[in-house]
Design a protein around this ligand. Structure first.
Ligand code: ZN
Ligand code: ZN
Length: 140
């Protein structure tokens, strides 16, 4: 990234009803889209946008969540997912293999959206009509 494009923006991700939010500083540590069947179910969409930030980049967090833990067979890790107690949006999660990171649902950053993802994960599960840039690194 060119120096002039560097951003040190705070961004806020919010659930559908707005009672739950998380605010982070700076750019994601890992910014990816994921085509696994689980991300499709979690989002009800063609792929999930999984944006991982260092836990210490979280500058504010508010609202009430419920949570469930989920063992990700394909990736052999456990996730604890937090979703809005009112509207059900999964807003953020913790992954056992990334103890310093928090995953945030990238599509929930509305006012200052994140840039283009750098990884396409579980790329083999990509729906045939989804076209992504060739600049994006893929992983089976
Ligand atoms: Zn909500
Ligand atoms: Zn996934």
């Amino acid at each position: 990234m060119h120096k002039s494009e560097e951003r040190t923006l705070n961004r806020k991700a919010e659930c559908c009803c707005g009672q739950l939010s998380v605010e982070v500083y700076g750019e994601p540590y890992l910014h990816s889209i994921c085509h696994c069947s689980d991300c499709k179910k979690r989002t009800g969409s063609a792929f999930g946008i999984s944006s991982y930030f260092k836990k210490d980049a979280v500058i504010a967090q508010s609202g009430k969540t419920d949570q469930y833990s989920f063992y990700h067979k394909e990736k052999n890790h456990e996730q604890i997912r937090h979703f809005c107690s009112s509207c059900g949006t999964t807003l953020y999660w913790y992954v056992s293999s990334f103890p310093d990171l928090v995953g945030i649902a990238g599509g929930c950053f509305i006012e200052d959206s994140l840039g283009e993802p750098t990884y396409s994960i579980s790329h083999g599960g990509k729906l045939p009509w989804v076209r992504i840039s060739e600049d994006i690194e893929t992983n089976a």
